[in-house]
Design a protein. Structure first.
Length: 230
């Protein structure tokens, strides 16, 4: 039974859907059922050699790749990303991670993955934001799948400018050699799932994976992002 104080609070300050801002029902979390059903899912986890995986061919030894939903500028679903990254609502990341893992698990997407590595933030940016949004998505995935989460093996050694307004070429230049694998013993011989919030060109993920490959032998990668920019 719902706590009476909580019920009273929701009466005067109702919880609202992140996407459409309509009040949420008692069993809904962050997304209303309508927006959940209408989410533009990629479903690329159900297709091998999908467009996402092809982005990494010839760059890293990729096993599987998937993004949860399509994202384009002006979409109402941008509010999920915006609130997660810029409004301090890190719990949205964990909730989305749980949703992603629950839906993708039935396809075998997480089979034989040994370790989850979220894309690191530079320490200065993480202190400013207060958290790493990719880590919170990864936490949700880990809680459902039971795959260990590791934030110690790789760090972001250089602070870079935001990728948001950059072209494809400048994105690659911006993240070249910015990651350092400081604990290769934790990743060597592992099948690693790299988790990030939004996939655009794949430059950040490729740079992170390349750092691991330079430091550790016999590594394989799968890639998972919450959104995929169109």
């Amino acid at each position: 039974m719902r706590n009476p104080l909580t019920s009273l609070l929701h009466l005067f300050a109702p919880r609202r859907c992140v996407v459409c801002q309509m009040p949420l029902a008692g069993n809904e979390r962050y997304l209303c059922t309508t927006c959940d059903i209408g989410m533009p899912r990629t479903n690329n986890h159900s297709r091998r050699e999908n467009s996402m995986e092809k982005m990494f061919w010839g760059k890293i030894p990729i096993e599987r790749g998937a993004s949860y939903f399509h994202y384009h500028k002006g979409s109402d679903y941008r509010h999920i990303i915006f609130r997660l990254k810029y409004r301090g609502q890190k719990e949205i990341g964990e909730e989305m991670g749980r949703r992603i893992a629950t839906e993708l698990s039935v396809s075998g997407f997480f089979d034989d993955i040994d370790l989850i590595v979220p894309i690191p933030l530079h320490s200065k940016r993480q202190r400013s934001r207060g958290y790493n949004q990719s880590e919170w998505i990864a936490k949700g995935v880990s809680s459902v799948t039971g795959i260990p989460l590791n934030t110690e093996a790789v760090r972001r050694g250089k602070e870079t400018e935001t990728q948001t307004s950059k072209s494809a070429i400048t994105r690659w230049d911006n993240v070249r050699d910015v990651f350092e694998t400081i604990r290769p013993d934790l990743v060597a011989g592992r099948h690693i799932l790299i988790v990030d919030d939004v996939l655009t060109t794949g430059s950040t993920i490729t740079s992170c994976a390349s750092s691991i490959m330079r430091a550790a032998n016999d590594v394989r990668f799968s890639v998972l992002t919450m959104a995929m920019a169109d």
